[in-house]
Each structure stands twice: as C-alpha cells, then as structure tokens.
Design a protein around this ligand. Sequence first.
Ligand code: CAA
Length: 241
Amino acid sequence: MGRIALVTGGTRGIGAAISIALNEAGYTVATTYARNDEVATKFTAKTGIPTYKWSVADYEECAEGVAKVEADLGPIDVLVNNAGITRDGMFHKVTPQQWKEVIDTNLNGIFNMTHPIWSGMRDRRFGRIINISSINGQKGQMGQVNYSAAKAGDLGFTKALAQEGALKGITVNAICPGYIGTEMVLAIPEKVLNEKIIPQIPVGRLGKPEEIARCVLFLASDDAEFITGSTLTANGGQFVV
Ligand code: CAA
C-alpha cells in the first residue's frame, strides 16, 4: 500500500479509532494532538503510531507541523480532519471566547490543515481529504450554536473544495457521525443523554468509534474514487437526510 495518512486529534475517541484502523490497513499513519501529552505517549506506546503536537487552530503551527510530518514520513496522501472541541451552552450564556474557540478549531482548523497539504496533492494527482463533521452540523442542536455552525461550515468547505480537486485526482468528503460513545459525548449531563438523546436514536444505542473508522477506510480507498463532495451519515437513524 505505502500510502501516508495524517489524522488530526488522533490520540483519543473517534480519531484514535481512525488512526488504528488506517494503520492496520497498511497505511503509514501519523496523528496530531493539541494538549494531552500523557495520552499521546500512551497511544504511541500501545500502537506504534507517532504523534505530533500542535494546534489545528493555528495556521503557522499547521504549516510547520505538516512540513515536519512530510520530512519524517513522506508526502501525505490522506488527511483526516478529525480534531474538534465542544464548548456547549445555551446561546444566551455563550461567551465570545466559547464561540471563537469552537470556530477556530472545528472550522478554521480544516482550512489550516488542508491548505498546506493541498498543493502537493495537486502536483501528485492524488489525495483524499476526509472531514469529520457531525449530525449537529446537519440538523442543528440546542446548546451547540457554535459547534453546529462550525460543523455545517465543514460541509460547505467539503462541497466546494471537492469541485476544485475533482480533475486533480483528489476527493474531498465529509462524514457526519451521530452520537458516538466517546469522552465528548459522555461529558453530556447523564440525564440529558439518557432522557433526551438516546431515545432519539432509532437503533437504541450510541455509535462506536470503530464504526466511523470503517467509513474513513472506505472513503480513503481506491474503491471510493468516484465519490467526492459527499456527506456520509452514520448516526443510527437519528437524522435521516
Ligand atoms: N436534546 C434535547 N434537550 C436538551 C438537550 C438535547 N441535546 N440538551 C439540553 N436539553 C434540555 C434539558 O434536558 C433541559 O430541559 P428540561 O429543563 O426540560 O430538563 C433544558 O434543555 C436545559 O438544559 P440544562 O438544564 O442542561 O441547561 P444548562 O444551561 O445547565 O446546560 C447544556 C445546557 C450545556 C447545553 C447541556 O444541557 C448540555 O450539555 N446538553 C447537551 C448538548 C449536546 O447535545 N451536545 C452534544 C455534545 S457531543 C458532540 O458534540 C459530538 C457530536 O458531534 C454529536
């Protein structure tokens, strides 16, 4: 195989499952993380996957980080823009800082990461950009005006850039996970999760990170070369588009 994949926010949650699945499928994988050194060290010890620390919210850090990964491993063929944060709160209580942090990471982050990689993919006539958006970018979610706006923005980014990449052998797609059993979802107040959210999922359970990782594997593969600009939903039937 020999392809090189970079997964942002890849040491925990959905990102960790994606990194591991790509690694097991024969990709050379690198992951990024922003804060938690201890988790990253343990992740590398367990999986052998190298981790790089920078914030996707900072363009310069992304450009430098991408250059370092490419110097270490070679040109990046597959970019999975997975890094994301929540700063949930009802809109009347949300601060400008909470708005900015979510937009900077979840929306500006995919620009910051994709831009330094894009020209190389164009030159090589191959690339896979896979953006992890969210069910809440599709349907909106109370308590998540910032997150829903950013994740909806990721879908617009995907559709527009797909058109630019189409004749250059680059596909750009999005995945919209529903509620997946990660730390991010388990941080929701238990009463809200059990009484308001899980009853809205027709399959009757949270998703598993590995179920999203399998979507990534497909979109990254040669089998998916005719699929671009698309949104793959994986939400247990919670929101049907
Ligand atoms: N769906 C339905 N009702 C919800 C809700 C939800 N997701 N979130 C909150 N509510 C309801 C609460 O049950 C409550 O109703 P009642 O007064 O009838 O009990 C009302 O809204 C107000 O909620 P709180 O009492 O919890 O208000 P708060 O100000 O203390 O907290 C909040 C507000 C921070 C938004 C908190 O309710 C919360 O965290 N909600 C979950 C928001 C959410 O769905 N986040 C998704 C995180 S996971 C993720 O983002 C990954 C992904 O891509 C899916």
